[in-house]
Structures are given as structure tokens and as C-alpha cells.
Design a protein around this ligand. Structure first.
Ligand code: F6R
Length: 364
């Protein structure tokens, strides 16, 4: 049941710390600070290329995974939504590998992509939440997210659990390919082990997110901006908001604003900026400043090191815990989900059962 929560989505949002802990503990050793991956269907040290495919939020988790795997393991990755991949007739490499991501393990397009990749000689690993699903069965190997049953149609804890698994894979691949030292591995593992505690701190920002939601609920259009591994999280924020509050939202790579979308900016469009401190911070900050100079209402999510810089032009700044680069996309996913939740509640939509949607899309 829902316990003391109004909606399954609210309950599931509050399960983030526990689910992230359970998922990370499967693949990280807190004593040695090493990644322990199960047997994989491809050898990450030798595989020439990976294809990542999935649908919806699961695809966005895979897209963050692509950043991590390319950065930490220097392994080329192609990522595409399953409904496109299956008809794209992509040239696949001999001995190539693939990672498919799914909560249900039953999504029709993802299953079709799986079969196409297998027929094309790729060794397929699935990142899946339901161990007895079709996807887990038909893949050459599976790594499980330990999210437990997710009832709300909009994915919450399953999404962050997918991110946690992708992060562990990326570190493991990085070690296998000797791109990461044991010291790097220890540092990254330590950072990930702090994610569940930080997720609890992020949930404590609920009141501020609720206040932001009151502003967002009045808007007709909303923009989400991010860079690097936060770009897929901007897309996730837009997807969630559309999905459960029916407000039109778009996610953009912050640097793309000036190539078109900045024309949309006026004082009626809230711009939600995902802007943790780090190597890309100043780039994003200056994109935001440009939007603010054109009347844009910047609502920034950042950490202690970003507050001062962004407060110079942002209408609202919400301070999240300062975390390492690898943890930021996992933790910034939580406030964008919370935001969508509160906006939907304010608008009175059916949060757990949004119109026209099903939890598991088993038809094409
Ligand atoms: C969005 C959402 C969907 C699913 C997508 C894939 O909140 O839940 O976009 O992520 O339908 O579903 P699975 O992961 O079951 O393959």
C-alpha cells in the first residue's frame, strides 16, 4: 500500500535513499572500495564499441551511462532510443556489446532492439528491475536494479537505480581497460557510497521544491537546461513534467540555447537550470546569464559553491549538497522528479495514473 503517503509516486520518491543503497551495495565493496561486477557477456577490456538502447526515462539513464562509460573507460558508445534503433539498420561492429535498460523488462521496442542486436552478433547485457522479465531471460547477461516494485507510472526510484548501476559499470569498465587506477576506483566508489545519504539530504529540500512548483504550476511552457551528464537529467525533468502535470516542457543542452530556443525566452517561461559546481559550471552559468538578460526567469539548482555566482541573476536558487561529479546526475534527478510531483498535485492531475499512459508499454 501507500502507507502514509498520498500517492505511490510520493512513497517511491522517498524510497530513493534505501533503493540507491541496496543497488550500490550489490556492486560496490565498502571495505575495499572496489567495484564487483557479475560475469558480463562481453569483455569490457576488449569490446570495440557498445550500443546503449532503451525507451523513455530508461533511455535517459542509458544516456548518462554513455557519458560515464566514454569518460571513465574511454570506450566508444552509441546511444539511441529503441524505437529508432530497431528501424535504423545500424552498422554493428563484430564482437560489439550492447546494454539495454528497462524497469519492467517487457517494453516492446526495447525487446525488438534486443533481438536485433543479438541477431547482429552483439553480446547483450540488460540493466533491468524485474529479474524474471523477458528482457532478463533473453539477454546474454543481466545486472539488476534493486528498486523493488514501482507502482507509479512515472519512473522515480527505478530511474536513479538505473543510474547507480550504470555508474558501477562505467567504473568497472574503466578499471578493466586500465583507464582508472585503483586510487581512482576508490575515490569514485567512495563518492557513490555517499549517494544514499546525500539523497536523503536532497529530499529534505522538499519545501523549497514545493515553493518552486507553485511558480512552475502557473506556466504554460517550461525549459530545463543542463550540460554534460546533467543534460539527460534536464531531458528527464521535462519528460516527467509533461508526463504527470501536462505542462509543455523541453530539455536542452545549455549551450544549444543560442541556436534557437533562446527566442522562446520571456518572463512567462521558467527556466530550470541544473548547475552543480564543477568543470562545466561556468559555461552553464554564462548561458543562464544570457537567458536572464533577455528576461528569462532562472530557477537554479546548484551547490554551495554555485550559489553566489547564480544568485546574481537567478530568481530562485536552491542549494543541494555539494557532491562529486559522478554523483551529481543521480542526485539532481531527485529534485526534478519531486518538482513534477508537486506541480501535478497542485494541478490536480492523476499523479500515479497519468492520462494515455501505461506502466509497461508492451505494444509497439
Ligand atoms: C517515464 C517513464 C517511461 C519509461 C519507459 C520505459 O517516467 O516511466 O518513459 O521509462 O516507458 O519503460 P521500461 O523501463 O519499463 O522499459
Amino acid at each position: 500500500g501507500k502507507g502514509n503517503y498520498r500517492h505511490f509516486m510520493e512513497k517511491e520518491l522517498h524510497e530513493h535513499p534505501a533503493v540507491l543503497g541496496d543497488t550500490l551495495r550489490q556492486y560496490l565493496d565498502p571495505k575495499t572500495l572496489e567495484v564487483r561486477l557479475p560475469r558480463l557477456p562481453f569483455d569490457p577490456a576488449r569490446v570495440p564499441r557498445l550500443t546503449i538502447s532503451a525507451c523513455g526515462s530508461a533511455f535517459l539513464a542509458g544516456s548518462v551511462g554513455r557519458y560515464w562509460i566514454e569518460q571513465l573507460a574511454r570506450l566508444p558508445v552509441d546511444a539511441d532510443v529503441a524505437s529508432e534503433l530497431r528501424y535504423r539498420n545500424p552498422p554493428l561492429m563484430e564482437e560489439g556489446g550492447a546494454i539495454l535498460v528497462s524497469q519492467s523488462g517487457e517494453t516492446a521496442d526495447t525487446m525488438a532492439a534486443l533481438r536485433l542486436l543479438k541477431e547482429g552478433g552483439q553480446k547483450v547485457l540488460s540493466v533491468v528491475n524485474v529479474p524474471e522479465s523477458s528482457m532478463a531471460r533473453e539477454s546474454d547477461g543481466a545486472v539488476l536494479t534493486a528498486a523493488g516494485p514501482e507502482i507509479g507510472v512515472a519512473s522515480t526510484k527505478a530511474f536513479t537505480a538505473q543510474l547507480a548501476v550504470m555508474a558501477c559499470l562505467a567504473i568497472g569498465f574503466g578499471r578493466a581497460r586500465r583507464e582508472l587506477s585503483t586510487l581512482d576506483e576508490g575515490r569514485l566508489t567512495q563518492a557513490l557510497l555517499e549517494v544514499p545519504g546525500n539523497a536523503a539530504l536532497v529530499l529534505e529540500k522538499n519545501e523549497q521544491i514545493h515553493e518552486l512548483a507553485a511558480e512552475v504550476a502557473k506556466a504554460r511552457d517550461v525549459l530545463f537546461l543542463g550540460r554534460g551528464s546533467l543534460y539527460p537529467i534536464a531531458l528527464e525533468g521535462a519528460l516527467k513534467l509533461k508526463e504527470i502535470s501536462y505542462i509543455h516542457a523541453e530539455g536542452y543542452a545549455a549551450g544549444e540555447m543560442k541556436h534557437g530556443p533562446i527566442a522562446l525566452i520571456d518572463s512567462s517561461v521558467p527556466v530550470i537550470a541544473l548547475c552543480p559546481s564543477g568543470p562545466l559550471f561556468e559555461k552553464t552559468a554564462s548561458n543562464l546569464q544570457e537567458a536572464a538578460a533577455r528576461g528569462g526567469r532562472i530557477m537554479a539548482l546548484t551547490d554551495a559553491d554555485g550559489v553566489e555566482r547564480l544568485s546574481r541573476f537567478a530568481e530562485r536558487v536552491i542549494e543541494l549538497p555539494k557532491v562529486s561529479e559522478i554523483s551529481a546526475p543521480i542526485l539532481y534527478a531527485i529534485p526534478v522528479q519531486l518538482l513534477a510531483y508537486h506541480v501535478a498535485v497542485l494541478k490536480g492531475t492523476d499523479v500515479d495514473q497519468p492520462r494515455n499512459l501505461a506502466k509497461s508499454v508492451t505494444v509497439e
